[in-house]
Design a protein around this ligand. Structure first.
Ligand code: SF4
Length: 403
């Protein structure tokens, strides 16, 4: 049996409103295999160094997104200096394992569960590829007592400007995740390189987790972190029917593709306490939308879906991207016009960012616009990374502020 601390890295991460759900799954999986696991979340303000020293584990497993990967590397370097073996995992090091290996004893490529167990058993490999879990319901249930659930429940109050428009102040909010992957492959999204089959927890398992949140943690609202909660029609119908039958009180919001909604489904979602649907609407210009989403969506489809959701009494929100390849100011103004004309209940805009491994990243490579030294800290979705558009950083900040 090994002693393991799993660390969520990101000192100043402003989006720290969600629980580290992937770490909770890894923790449950490692525990099922006989290991002793704790979680330390830097994003939630924990003094992770103190916790690691106190727990004195055999291994420290660290995850971090591209924007905070430098912090993950700092933690890993510190651990190694202090005699702890480290394992780095997550999307960033899955794409750049050699870079990760400069800072860690092991790097996990891909899904972490099986790879982690292999490492804890003492494999000699340093880059360990994890096989995707095919049946998610076979994964053990997560144990939220490993984290400070009360801290996350106040996520919206700490960040009132988030996308969680359906959550009133002082609501106990938690996050849940019941899907891995997405059947589409937008050029900016991590799903575009993984090529993994989409996998789902069953409706029954979803209800069990919501019930536990309601009864054990007093949760009043949840946000589904699934990339597209509605992409499996039968599952979402079953989920809503069970939700209504079990008389759950939690209200919730989710993300979905516009092509997944129709009037009947929206009625059912409403009955099952759905209060907000956020679509990845991306742009008001068809040229940009087609480029980002590989010609899978039209502006008209986006408009129709927003109207349908609003008519059903559910909040319709959207996320947009600006600064896409070759995008002009005029095209960004089309996005602004789209937001105003369609009377969205909430929206957020990020700067198009070519994350490693995505098709967009490959495009930048082909165009030879990747600089020799990249500062990952700039991959925070708030600033231009490099040369995708001719608009200056200063101008972009201004446009973003005034969208
Ligand atoms: S952006 Fe959304 S729809 Fe596109 S691949 Fe990613 S998760 Fe799927």
């Amino acid at each position: 049996m090994a002693k393991l601390v799993l660390v969520n890295s990101g000192r100043d991460y402003e989006y720290g409103v969600h629980e580290p759900l992937h770490l909770l799954v890894l923790a449950a999986y490692a525990k099922k295999h006989g290991h002793q696991v704790a979680i330390a979340d830097q994003i939630a303000g924990e003094d992770i160094f103190k916790k690691i020293k106190k727990l004195n584990p055999d291994y420290v497993g660290i995850t971090g997104t591209t924007a905070v990967i430098n912090e993950a590397y700092e933690i890993s370097d510190w651990c190694r200096k202090n005699g702890f073996k480290t394992i780095l995992g997550g999307v960033h090091v899955s794409v750049m394992p050699e870079e990760g290996l400069e800072h860690a004893d092991y790097v996990v490529k891909g899904e972490g569960e099986e790879a982690l167990i292999k490492i804890l058993k003492g494999t000699k490999e340093r880059i360990v590829t994890g096989n995707p879990i095919t049946d998610l319901d076979k994964l053990p249930k997560i144990n939220r007592d490993l984290i400070n659930t009360k801290y996350y429940q106040k996520g919206k109050d700490r960040n009132p400007g988030t996308h969680l428009h359906f959550v009133p102040p002082n609501t106990k909010l938690n996050s849940v995740l019941f899907t891995r992957g997405c059947p589409f492959n937008c050029i900016f999204c991590h799903n575009s390189w993984r090529g993994l089959k989409v996998r789902f927890h069953s409706a029954k398992r979803m209800i069990e987790e919501l019930k536990e949140l309601e009864t054990k943690y007093g949760t009043e609202a949840v946000f589904f972190m699934d990339d597209d909660l509605l992409c499996h029609k039968q599952r979402i119908v079953e989920f809503c029917e069970l939700f209504i039958k079990e008389k759950l009180k939690i209200f919730w919001g989710c993300q979905a593709r516009v092509s997944m909604v129709n009037k009947d489904l929206l009625q059912l979602l409403k009955k099952a306490n759905c209060k907000q649907i956020t679509f990845g609407l991306e742009a008001g210009s068809q040229r940009i939308l087609s480029m980002l989403k590989n010609d899978t969506t039209t502006i008209e489809q986006n408009k129709k879906a927003i109207k349908m959701v609003k008519d059903s009494g559910i909040l319709a929100c959207g996320s947009f991207m600006i600064g896409s390849p070759g995008e002009t100011e005029d095209e960004i103004m089309q996005t602004k016009k789209f937001i105003i004309e369609n009377d969205l209940d909430g929206f957020g805009a990020t700067v198009t960012t070519p994350f490693p491994g995505t098709k967009l990243w490959e495009m930048c490579k082909e165009k030879k616009i990747l600089p020799p030294k990249i500062n990952w800290k700039n991959f925070n979705l708030n600033q231009l990374t490099f040369g995708l558009t001719e608009i200056s950083q200063e101008r972009m900040e201004n446009i973003k502020k005034n969208l």
